[in-house]
Design a binder for this molecule. Sequence first.
Ligand code: UDP
Length: 253
Amino acid sequence: MARRKKLYEGKAKILYEGPEPGTLVQYFKDDATAFNSQKKDVIDGKGVLNNRLSEYFMTGLNNIGVPTHFIKRINMREQLIRSVEIIPLEVVVRNVAAGSLTQRLGIAEGTQLPRPIIEFYYKDDALGDPLVTEEHIIAFGWAVQQDLDDMIALALRVNDFMSGVMLAVGIKLVDFKIEIGRIWENDFQRLIVADEISPDSCRLWDMESGQKLDKDVFRRDLGNVADAYTEVARRLGVLPTNVTHTTKPHLIN
Ligand code: UDP
């Protein structure tokens, strides 16, 4: 059988050539990395959960008119997506102070922010994805002013949608990261949400207990990562039928 062409392998996903021009197949791995790949592990079932969760969020966004790269899920670990030209920026939206914001500015974790704060990070592993300003982005040609305006509008719509979806299941959307890509329709360029939206790229706190249900469980060794992601999927009603064995079988003597 002919092997399909691998186009790119990242830390958590692989991109293969798609069945038609303009499409790709996105494969979700079980690999987890943090702190610019200094911490690494394999978390059984994470890829299956993130494939389902990203499908759920992207489908919801498509349904309310926020364009995304998602076309359809193909199987447990793969989805068909539109091929885009990724803008080399990570767009972070914050509702509550956590992570690098608390470290950089000394604001206590958990402080509710007066309004959503949007930040841009330049995607460059060698530089450790530095925070950049709009001036840098325009001066170095990563995007033009119109792109920036469109990216901010997209990011805020994603924030409103994701905050509502999470609130409905008792989870606070603290912050998240999205990536945005360009597609061309005749002579017109459009920006669409790309990459993934999953507990790998969001901070999600249980509203009652404050329990972390996201990648911080991995970053800070707070417990079983797959169980935390499974809890998010369970609350949203998107647990795959054949789930992954997040709890290992016990030997009975
Ligand atoms: N994030 C991400 N990928 C990155 C950096 C950040 O998905 O390479 C997400 C992270 O999970 C969090 C949000 O973006 O939901 C803000 O992250 P922060 O700047 O606080 O950085 P971190 O604490 O991850 O270093």
